[in-house]
Write a protein that binds this ligand. Structure first.
Ligand code: AGP
Length: 612
């Protein structure tokens, strides 16, 4: 996904745009650009790579920037066309008078491009976005009304698009358009902002307007009009921003990722306080339609990446506590499979950002098959919520670092709460349910205990940062923990890591083992598989692999097998994924930081993948 911003007002426009883009860098950082309108000209500045490169370009033109009255900006995660300056946004019309920035994908851009090329329009980039510029310009040349030209063009576009558009001859306005990609308008005092997401305007405005799909905003310094794609004026209410400036500050941490790892105990404490104030009362999930859910005979959970790992953990305890079949699948696979989803299905879509294209498409398909759609997301204002029949907001606070950490833990807690709430509505509160609810309340303190052990994990990271590959193993409910730990390591340190079922090691991966392939094992005592996984670790030891254990066991024998042992507090196996995952987050973080990686903005990644 990309980030777009617009500013119109009396402040230094370039500065306001760069500030907004800085707070949207988690959305992509392949290239960046701004267009500035000073009532005489529109000047475009672009740079490949990080936003700081664009700042360097702007610093060379300081004197030219003083008279701008409005501008638009863009930060890119490349979809169509490599991250070159030519493909960077803003894109402009042939006469340089009309400029546009875009987040999303124009699915029918090829046919439109052919149509425009036949009419003599020359393209200078490989992007889908440039099609929109020439489409709007074609009408503008006849109507000389930017609003009319935009309304005409959007009717031809298919796919997802959030635009900010400016024209040299209409310097008093910026037009913003939303369809299947988020966009907000920040309402200031004699100035107004447009942005893909709230972090861009935190600390700048107190009130925002969320554009809904097929809506356009005509934004000037002291007026904002919202219209639908038929040009009818809409009466949209402004909402107060609930996030503070602290949300987008590192608060003294070196990286957002470390801040967000350390926030987890308080976030879980807040979630539990909201949802389960008293273990003797039913768990409160006010936006869940229990009448519908209690009728369902099967569950499918669809997600991507880290959210998919949360879904995999949920399968174990949902089937255990509810006795209902739970199918878990990557959204990108679900979309292209002939599924058996029907009116008896509860389809759970998990997405931190709520903008992941694969998950949204999959959820839409399930809804078309009459499933009941329950969405778990950290962004109740996101696109996926449009398809929710029931909703569980994660309440984890904005997650800035590209690597998902606190949102994963919040997903697990929310899935535990959903399952326990379902179980206590299906039957009276059994002793086991009561015990599990009580133990859930103890998790924040146990997370704090793990975080207090960070130096041990940091030492472990120094010992193991030299390796080029890792294997993570676990069994049962912690198999997804191994997979998530491996994903965290590879996505921020660029070290290859794979998560395997420990029982599968001997069926192939064991061929990889030698003194250069460390094995990290998650093992929980008192479980049916503890002895088995210990044997797997001994098999790995026999092949000279160096071993790390993440365990709540204090068995002395472990010292004869493992080179490093990372202790976690004891818990019921059901909750062990929450506890075992945090050391893996910290291990990945410290290895990546030791290697000097861009921890919060790893190469090639973006916080949400809004393309299939
Ligand atoms: C996790 O660290 C990654 N950033 C990525 O796998 C992410 O979990 C995935 O893209 C799904 O994102 P979502 O939860 O916003 O849908």
């Amino acid at each position: 996904m990309c980030g777009i911003v617009g500013y119109i007002g009396n402040n230094a426009v370039a500065e306001e745009l760069i500030n907004g883009l800085k707070n949207l860098e988690y959305r992509g950082y392949d290239s960046a650009g701004v267009a500035l309108n000073d009532n005489k000209n529109i000047d475009i500045f672009k740079a490949k790579g990080k936003l700081c490169n664009l700042c360097d370009v702007l610093n060379l033109h300081q004197k030219d920037l003083q008279n701008s009255t409005g501008g638009i900006g863009h930060i890119r995660w490349a979809t169509h066309g490599s991250p070159t300056v030519e493909n960077a946004h803003p894109h402009c019309s042939a006469d340089g008078k009309l400029v546009l920035v875009h987040n999303g994908i124009i699915e029918n851009y090829k046919e439109l491009r052919e149509e425009l090329v036949k009419e003599g329009f020359a393209f200078v980039s490989q992007t889908d976005t440039e099609t929109a510029v020439h489409l709007i310009d074609r009408t503008y040349r006849q109507t000389h009304s930017l609003e009319e030209a935009v309304l005409n063009a959007v009717k031809r576009l298919k796919g997802a698009f959030a635009f900010c558009i400016m024209h040299k001859d209409e310097p008093d306005k910026i037009i913003a358009v939303r369809k299947n990609a988020p966009l907000i308008v920040g309402l200031g005092d004699n100035e107004n902002f447009i942005a893909s997401d709230i972090p861009a305007v935190i600390g700048k405005v107190k009130k925002i307007i969320y554009l809904d799909d097929a809506e356009m905003a005509i934004v000037s310094k002291n007026k904002v009009e919202i219209k639908n794609f038929n040009g009818q004026l809409l009466d949209k209410k402004a909402e107060l921003i609930s996030f503070s400036a602290e949300t987008i500050s590192k608060r003294g941490y070196k990286h957002f990722m470390l801040k967000e790892i350390c926030e987890q105990p308080d976030i879980i404490r807040n979630i539990l306080a909201q949802r389960m104030s008293d273990v003797n009362n039913q768990i409160q999930l006010p936006q869940v339609n229990w009448n519908e859910i209690l009728k369902k005979s099967k569950v499918e959970i669809i997600a991507c990446g880290t959210s998919l790992h949360a879904a995999m953990v949920a399968k174990y305890f949902m089937e255990d506590l509810l006795g209902i079949p739970v199918h878990v699948e990557a959204a990108s696979e679900y979309i292209y499979r002939k599924t058996v989803t029907d009116e008896n299905t509860l389809t759970i879509g998990i997405s931190q950002s709520g903008e992941t294209a694969d998950t949204i498409t999959a959820v839409k398909q399930a809804q078309d098959k009459n499933a009941h759609i329950l969405i778990l997301t950290n962004r109740p204002d996101s696109s996926i919520v449009r398809y929710a029949d029931s909703l569980i907001p994660l309440e984890a606070g904005i997650e800035v670092s590209v690597a998902a950490t606190k949102s994963y833990t919040a997903q697990l807690i929310s899935l535990y709460l959903l399952t326990l709430a379902w179980a206590e509505r299906k039957e009276s509160l059994t002793v086991r349910l009561q015990k599990l609810k009580q133990e859930l309340l103890e998790i924040p303190a146990k997370l704090e205990e793990i975080l207090s052990n960070e130096n041990c994990i940091k030492k472990c990271s120094e010992l193991f940062q030299k390796y080029k590959s890792f294997i993570y193993i676990a069994r049962g409910i912690n198999l997804p923990t191994a997979m998530e730990g491996a994903l965290k390591l590879k996505e921020i340190s660029y070290i290859n890591a794979s998560g395997y079922a420990a029982g599968e090691l001997k069926h192939g991966p064991i061929a990889l083992l030698d003194e250069n392939m460390p094995v990290l094992a998650v093992l929980i005592p008192g479980t049916p598989t503890y002895d088995k996984i210990l044997s797997n670790c001994e098999e790995a030891k026999a092949r000279q692999a160096h071993l790390i254990a993440v365990t709540s066991s204090h068995d002395e024998h472990l010292n004869t097998i493992f080179d490093e042992i990372i202790q976690i507090p004891f818990s019921d196996e059901v909750f062990s994924p929450v506890l075992a995952n945090v050391p893996l987050q910290l291990l990945a973080y410290h290895i990546a930081d030791n290697l000097g990686r861009e921890v919060d903005q790893p190469r090639n990644l973006a916080k949400s993948v809004t393309v299939e």
